[in-house]
Design a protein around this ligand. Structure first.
Ligand code: F3S
Length: 756
């Protein structure tokens, strides 16, 4: 149904030769990450050595996966490319737009009604362009990908940061912005800075209450939320081999929480077992035939310090269960007494109100079965739940099998809510409160990956702690943050003291996976006749119009829209939260453009001077006033402008509203590229101090834009209200094809022209 064995065999057919060439070029044994990277170069066989952390390299990913929140704008853009089909196998997964409230049946029905037009749009675009569609309720993107598409040695990209989950099946899988995914869908290369390499050696054996989750909670403690930035983390050693495939997925999944580009494991028997259990024996056979290329060379793991930029060693026999949080996933605490102490010192509520098991991180059959063994003990030992419990199975296949095997029934006997197979509380889709902003201080424990303030329920006073599913279950039953099931006892309904035994479970279902309707809809062979309907009155979806090129004359008399002060991330440029709803409607979401940016002249947000009226107002309104008069504008910013997520909305919205240029001290590179892709000018001050010359009423003339060329700075005349002027120089990094994007109005316009 879902995977493409021929494509995988093609990858394996060339892998050996490419790895051999790369090994000779590099002049030493290769890590797994290097093998996968060098065998997925856009230009085919490797011909040079890339500098880790320095060189930008063009890659050819094998697959793309998109979730429903990000797929909307990605597909709207792809429709502009004029291609009949996606160039690379692609799937869309409806998992983010389903709110958890009453339980799966009711919640799914309600989402199918409230987001019907978005789901219908995604389904029809998928059908038209050859994209596999996983309907609402089919499961969480990364669990579904692991079950159906991930394969050892492959490379995939996905429009979601936890795409990295597929490293559990030996892939290099990386989260990207929609614009990058669109390039690859349209048949272009995908560019990435060649990552640095971190090796994590796992020795000893995991046992008892310790779970794969604790491995990544420990790694997060060691590396912190920034420690993996720009690196691929490769796990190896006897402890790694002994972990289940879905457990490896959990570890790779939370690599996103340490900022890693991705994480991966070498191919081993656990992966083979998982492939066979998920009816992909032919992939397992194909992988077995090339298995020496699907893991690092022996010498690498024998002397890791010589081959990785950093090496960490963790002895799993000494690792105990951890609770990370609140508000950050790298703040680790050993369960039990250490938590009593820390919680008291920091005034974290000891009482736990909810335990949540699920999310793409921990919603496998193994996760549910181990947590259910704790739930079963609560029933057997006469314990009542002290906190509420919610479960989001990772996929319909997991849910159906877990129901068949009585696992869900155990949770239900404890009055747990079984939510839809979807993200739910993990992405704030949780109707916990009617007024979350004013909700009380409380603690929750979950098996998710992110625990930032407000993430799950919108309540800034919710202290969320991250743990393994089995620890989450035990703590929810005990209702205390500092409960240690290894040592502590509980008093049951009869007043007796009882203690939990160690959790037990199954790596894979003993009777095999089963499902009636997995929720997959294959696209038509020829979708050219499929009509994609978007109502012109829709407030959530809007078909895109090609951007009109910015002309030389447009760049004379350009007004300053805002001089942003300090940090200006993609969240400041295009806020998330309630605006998620408009991700598929450019004009509506443009109403949040730069509303989080601080105006350098008054230090206020969303309060800038309209140079036409002299009045102050919101940034989008002011910009719309310029647009109405046919006047282009410029945004000035500080260092690392556009850092944060790679969302292309942060470039598309200003472009849509008529901003022509962004001039800053420095850019976050992905945002700079996104500006280029949308046909705008992304410029940096040659002299950073010129930032201080820019005044509130300034008008800009781009005097030499007609001779815009690679490597040549642009000259800007800045005219102040007192009629004095300054001439400033602006650097740019446009190459000739990127200048073509500017001249044609956008990268998509260029692709479309090439296809015409
Ligand atoms: Fe969904 Fe949360 Fe994963 S939002 S994709 S379950 S991180």
């Amino acid at each position: 149904m879902a995977f493409d064995i021929d494509m995988i065999k093609e990858v394996y057919a060339t892998m050996g030769e490419r790895v051999d060439i790369a090994r000779k070029l590099v002049g030493k044994p290769l890590t797994l990450a290097e093998k996968i990277l060098y065998s997925h170069l856009w230009d085919g066989n490797p011909s040079k050595v890339f500098q880790r952390g320095k060189d930008y390299v063009d890659f050819a990913p094998d697959r793309i996966a998109c979730q429903d929140a990000t797929a909307q704008m990605a597909l709207l853009q792809f429709m502009q490319a004029g291609k009949p089909k996606v160039a690379v196998p692609t799937t869309v997964h409806c998992d983010h737009l389903i709110q958890a409230k009453s339980g799966a049946a009711v919640d799914l029905k309600s989402a199918n009604s409230s987001s019907a037009e978005v789901f219908n749009f995604l389904e029809s675009v998928s059908n038209k362009y050859g994209i596999g569609f996983w309907k609402p309720g089919a499961g969480i993107i990364h669990q579904v990908v692991l079950e159906n598409y991930a394969f050892p040695g492959g490379m995939m990209i996905g429009t979601d940061s936890h795409t990295v989950n597929a490293g559990g099946l030996g892939m290099v899988a990386i989260g990207v912005g929609g614009a990058d995914a669109v390039d690859v869908m349209a048949g272009m290369a995908w560019e990435l800075k060649f990552p640095k390499l971190i090796g994590v050696k796992l020795t000893g054996t995991i046992s008892g209450w310790t779970a794969p989750k604790d491995v990544i909670l420990k790694v997060a403690e060691i590396l912190t939320v920034k420690g993996g930035t720009g690196a691929i983390v490769e796990y190896f050693g006897p402890g790694a081999k002994a972990l289940s495939c879905t457990g490896k997925g959990t570890i790779c999944n939370m690599g996103a929480e340490i900022g890693a580009t991705t994480s991966t494991f070498g191919y081993d028997e656990s992966m083979e077992r998982y492939l066979r259990a998920t009816e992909r024996a032919d992939i397992a056979d194909a992988a077995n035939a090339v298995k020496e290329h699907l893991t690092a060379d022996d010498e690498v793991y024998a002397n890791p310090e010589q081959y990785f930029d950093q090496v960490i060693e963790i002895n799993l026999s000494e690792l105990g269960p951890l609770l990370n949080g609140p508000f950050t996933p790298d703040l680790s605490t050993q369960i039990g007494n250490s938590m009593t102490e820390k919680a008291t010192q920091n005034e974290w509520p000891i009482q736990v109100e909810w335990g949540l098991i699920g999310s793409c991180t921990n919603s496998s059959y193994e996760d549910l079965s181990r947590a259910s063994s704790i739930a079963q003990q609560a029933l057997d030992k006469g314990l009542k739940m002290k906190a509420e419990l919610g479960i989001n199975p990772g996929s319909e296949q997991v849910r159906y099998t877990a129901e068949r095997d009585g696992i869900l029934g155990i949770f239900e006997e404890l009055d747990a809510k079984i939510f839809t197979n979807a993200c739910g509380p993990c992405i704030g889709q949780w109707a916990r409160y009617s007024d979350p902003k004013n909700a009380p201080k409380n603690s929750i424990v979950h098996s998710f990956n992110r625990n930032f303030a407000k993430r799950a329920d919108g309540n800034p006073n919710t202290h969320a702690f991250v743990a393994s599913p089995e620890i989450t279950a035990a703590i929810a039953i005990a209702g205390r943050l500092d409960f240690n099931p290894l040592t502590d006892t509980l008093i049951n309904e009869n007043g007796e003291e009882v203690k939990f035994d160690e959790p037990t479970g199954w790596e894979l279902p003993p009777k095999g996976f089963e499902v009636e309707d997995a929720g997959f809809i294959a696209p038509m062979e020829n979708g050219s006749g499929v009509e994609v309907v978007v109502a012109p009155t829709s407030e959530r979806l809007q078909l895109l119009e090609p951007f009109v090129p910015i002309q030389t004359e447009d760049l004379q008399g350009v007004k300053l829209l805002i001089k942003a002060f300090g940090k200006c991330t993609t969240d400041h440029i295009s806020m998330a939260g309630p605006w998620l709803r408009y991700r598929g409607h450019l004009d509506n979401i443009a109403n949040n453009t730069l509303i989080g940016a601080v105006n350098a002249y008054n230090k206020k947000t969303n309060f800038v001077k309209n140079q036409l009226t002299g009045e102050y107002g919101g940034v989008p309104d002011t910009q719309r006033a310029y647009k109405a008069e046919g006047i282009k504008s410029i945004v000035v910013g500080d260092h690392n402008y556009g850092e944060g997520s790679s969302r292309e909305h942060a470039a598309m919205q200003p472009r849509h509203l008529g901003v022509a240029a962004v001039l800053v001290k420095s850019f976050a590179r992905i945002h700079e590229t996104n500006l280029k892709k949308q046909g705008m000018l992304g410029l940096t001050f040659v002299n950073e101090s010129d930032y201080d010359l820019i005044q509130e009423d300034d008008t800009f003339n781009f005097v030499d834009i007609a001779s815009f060329a690679p490597g040549t700075p642009l000259t800007l005349e800045v005219i102040h209200t007192d009629e004095t002027k300054d001439t400033i120089m602006a650097n740019h990094t446009y190459n000739q094809s990127q200048i073509d994007w500017f001249n044609e109005g956008s990268a998509l316009n260029v692709i479309k022209k090439e296809n015409a």
